[in-house]
Design a protein around this ligand. Structure first.
Ligand code: 0RQ
Length: 488
């Protein structure tokens, strides 16, 4: 297998190639090739040559990597999720074609050829054997599928990782329809696959040695609003337990990323009335490591360890403790609808806005500008035992209400959103008709600044089963776009 520098390996990649990166969030993503590809694009452009790749990933990659690639105009097409401000700008200017996909579906779509062939996979590995066995690192994502489908494979062999990281991996690839077998995961921590991926070693065209930690995401800040939302979520879950709608041993949790989710995990962790529980999630963030240590979390399944370098080091230093408590799966398994439904996962995600009937917008500000993408939120919320959506009731100091008459873009529909929680309170929508939902959401979740407006809208809106005034449903959004504030 040919050892070479990242710059030499980048020469293998050609204009318009479909390139697929390993990892899920910065965890397990390539560290050296993104900037080498950006540099190659810059050089090619200077020589008057076209050079842009089409880029598939697991979820986000390091924001710096997406920023570098988009700043160099190195990407023409991108899927399925991103969190970089530079790339976001290019997408919203129409310069990069972005396809926003449910993360569980991407591997299957590639297997069926929905996006054509993968020319080159760039995969971070913790180890590689001459016979073509490849061990991954702190994020699995779609790497197993990329390894099997790509015509050529570039391996970033990252010596930073403890080789024992592969003990977390449980790699299984579901078969093809119409006779696809069930994935026999009947308990959060069940292991059903292997620790490595076997490919034809002849496909490995380059091995690039690196020794780099996963790029950290911006540190989450705790704030009183997030804390209040977290308290409301805990109150709701305790009431569900008291009503025996959550069994005494609790149910596995999925938790998204960000301030609010971190606050929820911390509050659940410190509450003595919440029993020890498990996570069946897509990302494990910082707070989970601590809760595994205290025993509050007894096992965690995900696709990546999206944690700081010191926390990852702590895990590597205590592998005997963590190896049986963490399992990392390909994202089509961590986010698999069949398993999420079977295990009765409680899904905790954050949205940008909700309408008075319970539709949720997670992705497009004022219906037009992409924020990040749907990520795995849809995989979980549609199939969860309880889908809980959270948000502050206002954004931008009150210029924006996150409760609006009609969502300007819908990612999650009223048919599957079960509970909405803001710092104002809890709207439990189960069993409520649309008109009951509207009153509950306005009274319990909307900010007092916007409650009268929303009630007035509802009173004046004509309709049948659902009431809407189609000529005024987007007045708040129009005000925002025209004046910078929803109240005008
Ligand atoms: O902007 O930072 O400039 O003030 O949006 O909002 O409240 O900090 O919340 O960081 O948790 O992000 C939905 C984007 C929330 C995220 C979203 C502005 C607000 C702020 C961020 P500023 P907050 P968060 C797990 C599951 C989809 C993917 C997903 C997300 C900024 O949670 O991308 O769930 N979710 N994945 O001021 C205009 C509104 C707004 C608004 C907030 N209504 N209009 N701007 N903001 N509401 C992860 C994976 O899938 C890998």
């Amino acid at each position: 297998m040919k050892r070479m520098s990242a710059e030499q390996a980048a020469e293998i990649i050609q204009h318009d190639d479909m390139v697929a990166f390993s990892g899920f969030t910065p965890a397990g993503s390539p560290k050296a090739l993104p900037s080498a590809i950006a540099q190659r694009a810059g050089e090619q452009h200077q020589n008057g040559q076209a050079f842009q790749i089409r880029l598939l990933t697991g979820a986000s990659i390091g924001a710096a990597a997406d920023d570098a690639l988009s700043a160099a105009d190195a990407v023409s097409w991108r899927a399925p999720y991103q969190t970089s401000s530079g790339l976001r700008e290019k997408i919203n200017q129409g310069q990069v074609r972005f396809v926003d996909l449910h993360l569980s579906e991407v591997a299957q779509m590639v297997n069926y050829g929905f996006f054509g062939e993968i020319d080159v996979a760039v995969i971070e590995a913790s180890a590689i054997a001459p016979d073509g066995r490849i061990w991954l690192s702190s994020g699995i994502g779609n790497a197993p599928t990329w390894l099997l489908r790509a015509k050529k494979v570039i391996i970033e062999l990252n010596h930073y990782h403890n080789p024992r990281v592969a003990e977390f991996a449980d790699i299984v690839i579901p078969g093809a329809p119409p006779r696809r077998n069930s994935v026999p995961i009947f308990h959060t921590m069940d292991r059903v696959g292997s620790q490595c991926v076997q490919i034809d070693p002849k496909k490995v065209v380059a091995v690039v040695d690196t020794e780099l930690p996963d790029a950290g995401n911006a540190a989450d800040k705790t704030n009183p609003v997030s804390q209040q939302i977290a308290d409301n979520v805990v109150t709701f879950l305790l009431a569900e337990m008291a009503h025996k709608r959550i069994p005494a041993e609790f149910l596995p949790l999925q938790s998204g990323v960000g301030n609010i989710n971190n606050a929820v995990m911390a509050r659940l962790g410190e509450n003595p009335d919440i029993p020890p529980f498990m996570m069946y999630s897509e990302v494990l963030q910082e707070s989970v490591v601590h809760l595994l240590e205290t025993g509050k979390i007894t096992g965690a399944s995900a696709s990546s360890l999206t944690i700081s370098a010191p926390s990852l080091q702590k895990i590597y230093d205590n592998m005997d403790f963590f190896a049986s408590r963490i399992v990392l799966r390909p994202q089509e398994i961590s986010n698999n609808p069949e398993i999420i439904r079977r295990l009765g996962v409680i899904a905790l995600n954050v949205g940008l806005e909700f309408d008075i009937y319970g539709h949720a917008n997670s992705t497009h500000v004022a219906g037009v500008n992409l924020m990040n993408g749907i990520g795995g939120s849809g995989d979980f919320e549609r199939n969860a035992y309880l889908s809980i959506f959270m948000a502050p009731s206002i954004a931008k100091g009150g210029k924006i209400s996150t409760i609006v008459p009609m969502c300007s873009h819908v990612d999650h529909s009223e048919h599957s959103v079960k509970v909405i929680v803001t710092e104002q309170g809890i709207a439990d929508l189960r069993g409520l008709s649309p008109m009951q939902r509207a009153h509950t959401i306005i009274d319990n979740c909307a900010h007092p600044l916007y409650r009268d407006y929303l009630h007035r809208y509802l009173e004046q809106a004509p309709g049948g089963h659902i009431h809407h005034d189609l000529s005024h449903a987007f007045d708040l959004h129009r005000n925002l776009l025209e004046t910078g504030s929803m109240l005008g």
